[in-house]
Design a protein around this ligand. Structure first.
Ligand code: NAD
Length: 340
């Protein structure tokens, strides 16, 4: 059976990535929408041939409990609204996909995870890269030691933010933080799948050059990780620098993805002079199909809630290191959230 997906929040990611990707999935389809904008109701209903009892707003959202055409609720709202809507979706008995970053803080991640457990529904984070063949190749190189033991990983996830300085991403009450919350989670993710391990410590620094624009949120952050096997990592995230790269050094060679986490195509090369190349397929279609298969067939959940929570633990440790003037923060994550 194809599972019905309700998109909650019809902003740019839902409009330009998720809804088109849902036309390209094998195990799920767009069955419903939840929007706060009246004009979008008719537009989306016609464009995607939605039934009239499948159009919701934020007020009547909870009545989705009675709709058998909705199996999965996909929350694509500003970060401050993730926990509320994910918990309400779980209480309505629907499986949940929560966009990244999972929530505003670790406590909210815990509340989402608990609500999904209590209501016996599955939970996944919108980490589309976890379903991408390039990520699987990275994990394979690391596991098979194709370039030897990894001893250094370098990751950048950054872009130059311009335009409306009042956009929600630059408003801490709605975003929870700036570049680190928005893009830094990609650097954290690539650092972890680039080494195959969770970091055991982090040290971080913050840089500000446009305080008039970034009034409320972090502009540029660098951080250094130590990993249990002795590898070290360096990450950079920014709303004022361009960067989109993962480079992994082993004791026998290196490989690199640049871009490493765009919607596609990803591009990669190795110290052996080879290109890393896979056919282009929309990552979000792969991601949603992976989750639908996990629900129906019990296959691996590629981005479980504990992965989102783990990344938020690291985000909080980075902010704490910065607040303490760069003090090293120890992390005790074990294998939390590692999916091979
Ligand atoms: P957006 O600003 O384009 O859309 C936000 C949506 O939320 C809009 O429909 C808006 O009307 C609605 N909304 C409701 N209350 C709001 C409020 N108080 N302020 C602002 N908007 C409000 O954002 P987006 O780019 O679609 O991002 C939505 C979520 O998706 C975020 O969590 C973001 O991090 C995530 N995202 C993930 C990826 C990815 O690659 N996985 C890419 C883009 C965005």
């Amino acid at each position: 059976k194809k599972l019905g997906v309700a998109l909650v929040g019809l902003g740019s990611y839902s409009t330009y990535q998720l809804a088109p990707s849902l036309q390209d999935t094998d195990y799920c389809y767009l069955s419903a929408i939840v929007t706060g904008t009246k004009e979008k109701e008719q537009l989306w209903k016609e464009k995607y041939n939605l039934a009239k009892d499948c159009i919701y707003n934020y007020g009547n959202f909870d009545t989705i409990i009675d709709n058998p055409k909705v199996d999965i609720v996909y929350v694509v709202l500003p970060n401050s609204m993730h926990a509320d809507f994910c918990i309400r979706a779980a209480k309505a008995g629907k499986h949940v996909i929560c966009e990244k970053p999972m929530a505003m803080n670790v406590a909210e991640c815990d509340a989402i995870i608990k609500a999904c457990e209590d209501n016996n529904v599955k939970l996944s984070v919108g980490y589309r890269m976890q379903s991408d063949p390039y990520t699987k190749e990275v994990k394979k190189y690391v596991m098979e030691k194709t370039f030897g033991d990894v001893n250094f990983v370098s990751s950048d996830a950054a872009y130059i933010s311009q335009g409306n300085p009042n956009q929600w991403r630059l408003n801490k009450a709605l975003s929870g933080g700036g570049a680190l919350m928005n893009m830094g989670v990609y650097s954290i993710q690539t650092s972890i799948y680039g080494t195959g391990e969770n970091p055991i410590s982090v040290t971080a620094q913050e840089f500000s050059t446009r305080p008039g624009y970034f009034k409320d949120t972090d502009e540029t952050i660098t951080a250094q990780f130590e990993f249990p096997n002795g590898a070290v990592g360096h990450m950079m995230t920014s709303h004022n620098i361009n960067g989109n790269r993962l480079k992994v050094h082993g004791d026998k060679g290196w490989f690199e993805l640049d871009p490493a986490h765009s919607y596609g195509p990803i591009s990669g090369r190795t110290s052996a002079g080879t290109e890393i190349k896979f056919p282009l397929k929309m990552q979000m279609a792969l991601q949603m199909d992976d989750f639908a298969k996990h629900i129906q067939l019990g296959t691996t959940n590629m981005a479980p809630g504990e992965m989102g929570k783990r990344d938020m633990i690291i985000v909080e440790a980075i902010y704490k290191s910065i607040a303490e003037g760069g003090n090293k923060q120890l992390l005790d994550l074990g294998t939390m959230g590692i999916v091979s």
